[in-house]
Design a protein around this ligand. Structure first.
Ligand SMILES: C[S@@+](CC[C@H](N)C(=O)[O-])C[C@H]1O[C@@H](n2cnc3c(N)ncnc32)[C@H](O)[C@@H]1O
Length: 254
């Protein structure tokens, strides 16, 4: 039976009390450095030394907590992704960057005449070593019908290619997924809630059943819900009491 552990505490305090190399996967949808007040929490200001002061000790702890086969996803956007990436390079090593995933979406935005509409987030995937869990087959997506058709009448030279496509193709490092607001049965729990669909990709790709997954910026607990669904143990925390309560309720009703 998988364990679900939730704590209402500053993540640095929680992490300092956890043992070395005890976690298989960390996903954190962090503070984006917008300076905004989201009602449930106050975001950090986009000032380099504020960002470094917050993230450097925390990302060092995350590195210590990961098993040798483990990996980490840090979810952020254009406001501070450049500084976060430098910290990840410093702590994990430049060569441990596995992917920069770009999550693209559409929807109404600020009607500015001076810039493109900002409609993507960045997820940085780093591994602790070169021997890390990555379940390619669990995240393959079906090839488009017209692509399969193209190979239907093709000669024997294309047989292998056709068989591979029929089994699904390797997921790209850009994901076009609807924002959470489009999922009526999931939305409205938290201002920056992420979708189950997005987290399912992360958890399936980078952990196995029975593994331990952590999210130290819990929010409404989407990562916890996905872990329960996919039989992973979970540890998570949020400094906001209401976030932990929302997550606990979601887990009870799941
Ligand atoms: C972007 S939200 C996470 C949203 C979440 N992914 C979801 O699906 O609902 C970031 C969360 O981090 C929490 N947080 C900020 N600083 C924290 C800290 N030092 N320790 C623990 N949680 C923190 C905030 O209260 C907020 O709930």
């Amino acid at each position: 039976m998988e364990k679900m552990n939730l704590f209402n505490v500053d993540n640095l305090v929680l992490m300092k009390g956890l043992p070395d190399e005890s976690i298989d996967l960390i996903y954190c949808d962090i503070l984006y450095g917008t300076g905004r007040n989201f009602g449930e929490y106050q975001d950090l200001k986009p000032v380099r030394n504020i960002i470094e002061h917050h993230y450097l000790p925390r990302i060092r702890e995350m590195h210590r907590l990961l098993k040798k086969t483990g990996s980490i996803y840090i979810h952020c956007d254009w406001h501070i992704n450049h500084w976060v990436r430098l910290i990840l390079d410093e702590v994990f090593g430049y060569e441990r960057c596995v992917n920069e995933i770009v999550w693209c979406y559409t929807g109404p935005g600020v009607n500015s005449q001076k810039n493109y509409s900002r409609k993507h987030d960045n997820l940085y995937l780093y591994s602790k070593s070169s021997n890390y869990t990555f379940n390619t087959n669990d995240i393959k997506i079906p090839a488009a019908e017209d692509t399969l058709k193209k190979f239907e009448g093709a000669g024997s030279g294309f047989k292998g290619k056709k068989a591979n496509l029929a089994n699904g193709k390797l997921l790209e490092d850009w994901w076009y997924l609807a924002p959470t607001a489009r999922f009526k049965n999931e939305t409205g729990l938290y201002p920056t809630q992420k979708s189950i669909q997005l987290l399912e990709r992360v958890v399936k790709a980078s952990s196995n059943e029975g593994d331990t997954v952590a999210d130290f910026y819990l929010g409404s607990g989407t990562t916890a819900v996905v872990c329960k669904k996919l039989n992973r143990s979970f540890i998570g925390c949020d400094i906001n009491k209401n976030a932990v309560e929302v997550t606990a309720r979601r887990l009870r009703s799941f």
